[in-house]
Design a protein around this ligand. Structure first.
Ligand SMILES: [Cu+2]
Length: 128
């Protein structure tokens, strides 16, 4: 009979903070989060009224929880149809109604298919 177990008790308080630090660092890396790679119209672009907004993402999206909407200058949502995730799950398309000239804000939410990490963001473009 030895009291070896005490060794693991004394080790635990050290091991836990280290594990926590490792998890925090891991969760801050962009790996496996699905971020926009390119957008059409591009951020801050001035364009002729587009028929839709298309965003390509870095990782596969979970279609159920990933979405896009478009708001006008007053913050009112002007998109009427839901956004659609492509078959390869890396592109999201938002069909648009006819847009009047003005500044619009695209709001997007991406949920990565592999780890369910959620990101959201927005950007503006101008319709000439
Ligand atoms: Cu992630």
């Amino acid at each position: 009979m030895s009291f070896r177990p005490f060794q693991s008790f004394t080790r635990t308080p050290l091991a836990l903070p280290l594990t926590f630090v490792a998890l925090v660092i891991a969760s801050q890396t962009a790996f496996a989060h699905s971020e926009p790679v390119s957008m059409t119209p591009a951020a801050n672009a001035a364009v002729v009224a587009p028929a839709n907004v298309v965003i390509h993402f870095s990782e596969e999206l979970e279609p159920k929880f990933s979405s896009m909407t478009l708001a006008d200058t007053g913050g009112k949502t002007v998109s009427k149809q839901p956004s659609v995730v492509s078959k390869d799950a890396k592109t999201m398309t938002l069909p648009l109604p006819a847009l009047k000239p003005g500044i619009y804000t695209v709001k997007w939410v991406s949920v990565a298919a592999d780890d369910a990490h959620r990101l959201e963001g927005n950007y503006k473009f101008t319709v000439k």
